[in-house]
Design a protein around this ligand. Structure first.
Ligand code: NDP
Length: 284
């Protein structure tokens, strides 16, 4: 039976480290500050925003909250982002997605200063990741690297297969595994003979968005399996993209859902905000 990679425990460690970093900066006169913008009142978004504010409070950051009505114009939102870009006391700007249909998400993301883009979605940060320069990395894949490293899983020289090529998970995940000297293959909906490819993986990261899609026949004996998916069934129970019950007996390590990748995303958001404040301090 696989060793469970404990995302709850590892995310707590990271938050403790961030808390200590924030306290050091506070002693030096800087309060790390994250601005969180939500447009409309989508209940799932409100939960995510609430969790981010709670995490800020826990690690000793200040969170500035902007709750804008659904009918907010794109111009108004871009104006707010621009104002926050110019504020020296703001270290991170997060615009909760999805935005209402009349606002271009891409325009808004690209308006965020790359130096405050703690979600790591700005093209400058995506480019920096791909050429190996310092920048912000998308929180979920950055969290997965921490899960692997802190669980003693070696990446260098190993066959890594990422299933999914989204801009926020699959692609940055592949870039990060490559940066760690893994041998990386990326699969997607047009991949032929998916199981043949995934069975090559020493480390298999699954971000497809389909409940329990990856079953035992997709997994090599002894593989490390990371499940990014989050789904809630009709009884309110969470599951991932991996069929945990069939895969866990075969894997050497596996992330559960809940309690695996999920808690890492906010922890890495906090780590990115701290990094932003530290870099701003070095630039000053
Ligand atoms: P997207 O829907 O943006 O991307 C899904 C990817 O999976 C696409 O690249 C798609 O390929 C690929 N795919 C779909 N079906 C298949 C298939 N049958 N075989 C192979 N590849 C397939 O999803 P995200 O990356 O945003 O999210 C993936 C999952 O992770 C979701 O369940 C989401 O809820 C969860 N998630 C969890 C987070 C966390 O904090 N734990 C954070 C972000 C996401 P193609 O490009 O060809 O269409």
């Amino acid at each position: 039976m696989a060793e469970i990679i404990d995302g709850k425990m590892i995310s707590s460690q990271i938050k403790e480290e961030v808390k200590q970093g924030a306290a050091r900066l506070k002693e030096a006169g800087t309060t790390v500050t994250l601005a969180v913008i939500q447009v409309g009142s989508d209940p799932a978004s409100s939960v995510y925003v609430g969790n981010k504010k709670k995490a800020c409070e826990y690690v000793g950051f200040c969170s500035l909250s902007y709750e804008l009505p659904e009918e907010t114009t794109e111009e108004k939102l871009l104006g707010l982002v621009s104002e926050l870009n110019g504020r020296a006391d703001v270290n991170g700007i997060l615009v909760q997605l999805p935005l209402p249909g009349h606002i271009s998400e891409d325009k808004v993301i690209q308006m965020i200063s790359p130096d405050k883009d703690v979600d790591g979605f700005h093209v400058n940060n995506v480019g920096r990741l791909n050429v190996g320069e310092e920048g912000f990395v998308s929180c979920t894949p950055a969290g997965i690297i921490q899960l692997l490293k802190r669980s003693g899983v070696a990446i260098e020289g190993r066959e890594c297969v990422v299933v999914g090529r989204s801009n926020i998970v699959g692609k940055p995940m592949a870039a990060l595994l490559l940066r760690e000297n893994g041998t990386v293959t990326v699969c997607h909906s047009r991949t032929k003979n998916l199981a043949e490819v995934t069975r090559r993986a020493d480390i298999l990261v699954v971000a497809i968005g389909k409940p329990k899609f990856i079953t035992a026949e997709y997994v090599k004996d002894g593989a490390v399996v990371v499940d990014v998916g989050i789904h809630r069934n009709e009884n309110g129970k969470l599951c991932g993209d991996v069929d945990f019950d069939s895969v866990a007996p075969k894997a050497s390590h596996i992330t559960p859902v809940p309690g695996g990748v999920g808690p890492m995303t906010i922890a890495m958001l906090m780590a990115n905000c701290l990094q932003s404040a530290e870099r701003a301090g070095r630039r000053a």
